[in-house]
Design a protein around this ligand. Sequence first.
Ligand code: ZN
Length: 385
Amino acid sequence: MKPSLWTVLLLSFSVLAFAPERAKADLDYLVGIGPRVAGSPAAAQAAEYLAAQARAAGYAVEFQPFSYTRSRDTGSSLSLGPTRLEALALSGSPGGTFEAPLQAVPGVGAAGDYAGLDVRGKIVVVRRGVIPFLEKARQAAAQGAVAVVVVNNEPGAVRGTYGGVGPIPGVTVSGSEGEALFARSGERARLVVGAVLEQAQARNVIARRPDSSAPSVVVGGHYDSVQGAPGANDNASGTVTVLELARSLAGEGWAKDVWYVWFDGEEDGLWGSRNFVQAFPERVRGLKAMLNLDMVGVRASPALGVGGDAALLRLLEQSGAQFNDIGNSGGSDHVPFAQAGVPVLFFHWGIDPNYHQPTDTVADPKLLAETAVAVRAALERILKQ
Ligand SMILES: [Zn+2]
C-alpha cells in the first residue's frame, strides 16, 4: 500500500519529535531498577539500558570506565545522654567512634566562624550551606576538632559528599533534629561514623553518530543516584531527556557532532564529568558548549532554571525560550567543563522535597518535554549560526 502524504508527514514527525511517553517509559524503567549507586549492579543495568537505547537510535556507544575512593555508610548516629540522632556519614568520610564534648560553631563553619572558640579535641556542629562540606571539614580539622556534624538547612535529612577523602569524619543530621544541638555546647557526645572506604568502579556512557569523530557540543546528565533513593528527578529525569533528545535529533544533519554523555559517580563528587574532562582533553578543547541537565522533572520553581555562560544565556534568550537565569550555579556535571574553559548551560528546575529521599519516584513527562524544547533551542542557536 502506498502511504499517503499525510502518513509520511505523520511518520517523519513522530520520528523527529521529542516523545514524552517514550521518555516516561525510559524513566519508569530506570526508577524500577532501584537506586543506581555508582558501581552497583543497578547502575550497570542502567548503563546497559542507555547504551542499548542509544544504539537502537543509530548511535555508536562507548563506555568510559573509571574508579575512585568513596566511603559507604554502614550506619551512623550522634548520642547525647539518652538522646540519639540518626546521622548520615558524608561520602568520603573516614569512619570511627568518638566520645568528646560538643561545640556549636556559629554560621556555616567558615574560618571566621571559629573566632574566640577552642574546639581542640571536640566534635563541632555547623550549619549546612554557603561552603562545601569538605571546606567545613578542613576548617574544623585546622582548628583541631576531631569530627564535624553538619546540621541540614532544611527539616529533613540530606546525604552529602566530601567529593574526595575528607580530613576528619563528618556526618549530616536533619534540620529538625539537629537545630537543638546549637544549644548543647559542652555536653559530652558519642558520635558513631559507620563509614568504610571502598573503591567504586564506575563508567560513563558516551553516544555519538558513527560518522562523528569529534564533538562540537556535549549534552549530558548523570544517571547515578544516591544510596536509598531511586532518583527519578535526581537524575533519571535529565538522563531520559538526554536520551529522548538523542533519538529526536538522530536524523538532523546540523546535530551530527552533538555527543550525548551519561555521567556516573556524580553524587559522590562529579567523578564522571571530571574523568571525562581529564581523559579527553582534545574532545573538550573542541567544544562549543556543554549542556547539562540535572533535576528537570519536578516543577520545584515557577520557571525552568538555566545557568552558566553569559553569551550562551543570551543566545537562549534570543530563541524565545522561557527560563529563569540561575547564574553560575554549581554542584553538577557542567562544573568540570566550565573549569576547563568550555561555555556551559545548566538546566535545572530546582530542588524538590523528595531530593535524595526514597520518595524520589516521580518526574513529569510534560516537564521533560518542556526542558527538551529549551535544550534543543540552545543547540540550534549554537550550531546553526
Ligand atoms: Zn543530580
